[in-house]
Design a protein around this ligand. Structure first.
Ligand code: PLP
Length: 389
């Protein structure tokens, strides 16, 4: 269109700074070779960059040891890895998997699949009117049969920041492991997996200014070592015989095949970029925009805002509906005004069902967004109001 773009769909994916694009093209121009194989200089450079990126990720999430950091295609693959490898090895009939109504499908469906295959039973923590997990119900839901608690650090559909540390402690108290979907956590909050106490933490690079197709699973060493490989292939073996094979040490046991080296390099560049801005500053900026957005939305008639009223309990995600216009119509008209927001179920259909809506509008902010852009969205919503209101 002819209107300057206002991009407010950062919970879906973020735009890429020049530093990230340049790191990727420079890798391809100067250092490209396969990793961990070549005995020549170029492959050594590629391997060095790839492993340095792993160290960079470890620092970002406070992981004590970079060999506990596994490269994946993204959050979805990381969570499937845990459900499939840990779940198929350790879950049995009657064991319980505790999920939440708040979660993204990528933290629900992998556990549903493994439950079907193992006979494990699914339980759900419900959410209250404001989109907070109903922790009072944890007493009843956490039992000696609970083996896994899978939650999200921050809800993509509501913006709620969850008290992960407390939930992890309570999971551990009944002997369950805690799996954290950090897709909306790692880009926006300071993450320290040791302090949080979780057993697994997953996130995607593309939601923190990095490239698509790459993400991370961090896992506790003892658990990763006890788990069977997720996929078989090159890179992940120690010795192959006709009847079977032995596995490479961590992290390579979980990295079958040629990895996304350029993706890892781009991820490291994105983390450097964000670190330079300062993580506290990023979160403060997002919360400022959320508060401003909520304030301005409240000027409109018939507006319903989802998620916690207290802005300190949310990140930069503002879901809302208008009584007088369907979310898909809203987003379509906003698009003609140059404003990109999301409308839909946000891969969280249980959240939609909880609030008896089929879809919501969602504005989500990141480092480069401004209050002026929020104003542009409100102006565009006035256009919608002129048509439907
Ligand atoms: N979990 C949450 C909370 C998300 O917001 C997303 C993003 O869509 C995902 C998981 C899945 O991430 P990806 O599609 O990058 O694997």
């Amino acid at each position: 269109g002819d209107k300057p773009l206002v991009y407010l769909d950062n919970a879906a994916t973020t735009q890429k700074p020049r530093q990230v694009i340049e790191a990727i093209s420079s890798y391809y121009e100067q250092d490209n070779a396969n990793v961990h194989r070549g005995i020549y200089e170029l492959s050594r450079r590629s391997t060095r960059d790839f492993e340095a990126a792993r160290e960079r990720v470890a620092r970002w999430i406070g992981a004590p040891d970079a060999t506990e950091v596994i490269w994946t295609r993204g959050t979805t693959e990381a969570l499937n890895l845990v459900a499939s490898s840990w779940g198929m090895e350790f879950l049995k009939e009657g064991d319980e998997i505790l999920l939440t109504e708040q979660d993204h499908h990528s933290n629900l469906v992998p556990w549903q699949l493994v439950a079907r295959r193992t006979g494990a039973v699914l339980r759900y923590v419900s959410i209250d009117e404001e989109g907070r997990l109903e922790l009072e119900s944890l007493d009843a839901l956490l039992t000696a049969r609970t083996r896994v608690v899978a939650i999200s650090h921050v809800s993509n559909a509501l913006g709620t920041v969850n008290p992960v540390k407390e939930i992890v402690e309570r999971a551990h108290a009944v002997g369950a492991i805690a799996v954290v979907d950090g897709a909306q956590g790692a880009p926006h909050l300071t993450v320290d997996v040791v302090d949080q106490g979780c057993d697994f933490y997953a996130f995607s690079s593309h939601k923190l200014c990095g490239p698509t197709g790459v993400g991370v699973l961090w896992g506790r060493r003892e658990l990763l070592e006890a788990m069977p490989p997720y996929q078989g292939g090159g890179e992940m073996i120690l010795e192959v015989e006709k009847e079977g094979s032995t596995w490479a040490a961590l992290p390579h046991k979980f990295e079958a095949g040629t990895p996304n080296v350029a993706g890892a390099v781009g991820t490291a560049a994105a983390l450097d970029y964000l670190e330079a801005l300062g993580r506290d500053a990023i979160l403060a900026h997002e919360r400022d925009l959320s508060a401003y957005c909520i304030e301005r939305l409240s000027e409109l008639p018939g507006v319903r805002i989802f998620g916690p009223a207290e802005v300190m309990d949310r990140s930069g995600v503002v879901p809302f509906n208008l009584e007088w216009a369907h979310p898909h119509d809203v987003a379509t008209i906003l698009d003609t005004e140059g404003v990109a927001i999301r409308a839909g179920h946000h891969c969280a259909q249980l959240v939609m069902k909880r609030y008896c809506v089929s879809a919501t509008n969602r504005a989500s902010f990141y480092v480069y967004n401004t209050r002026d852009e929020v104003d542009r969205m409100i102006d565009a919503l006035r256009v919608v109001q002129g048509i439907f209101g």
